[in-house]
Ligand binder design. Structure first.
Ligand code: SF4
Length: 266
């Protein structure tokens, strides 16, 4: 999910005329798209931001932006404000699509600009991506999660479950196929729950069958599945659809029912 968000940020930067730099020293803008799932990754972000303090002293025009799941946590923003005031822009997961606007605003601002929304963002369509791979692509089918497994931060950083309309997903994949993509990975925190929030409800199994019919696409993958939500229909769709890979990313987490209950994964 984060990787695909980075592809969207790259597309926005491309449109603004930025080019990729290979070292911090040659960059005018450094952006960290952060993940909040592992503490170690969070510590690395703080470490890297600390290093950039020296870079910023050498080049006061350098702009530093930080976004992603970590920023959805108020204590992180507080920490940045108190110890990392060389950071120019902080934004979250729900307003990623506003990045160009926020960056422009922060250019005229000497102080750190913080814009983190604690409400679920709308599903914004039409965002371009600078894809990392030529033949395969990630496609979001939904955002957020309603499960609140006890150990997981995702519902707090990505918000409640929102599905994209099937026609928007299909159109995006058709466009990808027309541009040479052969393999798509359908992304969602809990893909088996796809469609439940839509007015015209559709199941994930039905979506899989529709994607399977798209000309030019040769392989369809998806992640992540939840053992309590995966249906027989999804299994049958995997069986019937020749392009859907027989591969299931299914975090079982534990074999003990009492423990699964404690994790609210029963
Ligand atoms: S289903 Fe996955 S994303 Fe949702 S709360 Fe549980 S572990 Fe987190």
């Amino acid at each position: 999910m984060n990787e695909h968000d980075s592809e969207k940020l790259c597309a926005m930067l491309d449109e603004m005329g930025y080019e990729r730099g290979m070292t911090a020293g040659e960059c005018d803008l450094i952006i960290y798209n952060t993940c909040a799932v592992r503490e170690n990754a969070e510590l690395k972000v703080y470490g890297n931001l600390g290093q950039l303090k020296f870079q910023k002293r050498k080049n006061p025009d350098l702009k530093i932006a930080v976004c992603g799941c970590m920023m959805q946590q108020p204590h992180v923003v507080k920490e940045l404000k108190s110890k990392y005031n060389h950071v120019d822009l902080v934004f979250g997961t729900h307003n990623l699509y506003k990045f160009p606007e926020l960056l422009t605003k922060s250019m005229d601002n000497k102080k750190m600009l913080v814009d983190v929304w604690d409400v679920d963002g709308e599903v914004v369509e039409g965002l371009k991506s600078t894809r990392k791979f030529e033949l395969k692509a990630f496609v979001n089918i939904m955002y957020g999660c309603n499960n609140f497994c006890t150990y997981c931060i995702v519902p707090y950083t990505r918000g409640r479950e929102r599905s994209r309309k099937p026609e928007d997903i299909i159109n995006e994949i058709k466009e990808l196929a027309a541009n040479g993509t052969k393999e798509v990975t359908l992304l969602g925190q809990n893909v088996d729950s796809y469609g439940k929030t839509l007015e015209n409800s559709i199941t994930f199994a039905e979506l899989l069958r529709k994607v399977n019919d798209i000309e030019g696409i040769e392989r369809v993958r998806f992640m992540t599945s939840h053992p309590k939500d995966i249906s027989d229909e999804v299994i049958y769709a995997i069986r019937d659809c020749d392009k859907v890979c027989e591969f299931l990313h299914l975090p079982v987490q534990c074999g003990s029912t009492p423990l699964l209950k404690k994790m609210t994964r029963h």
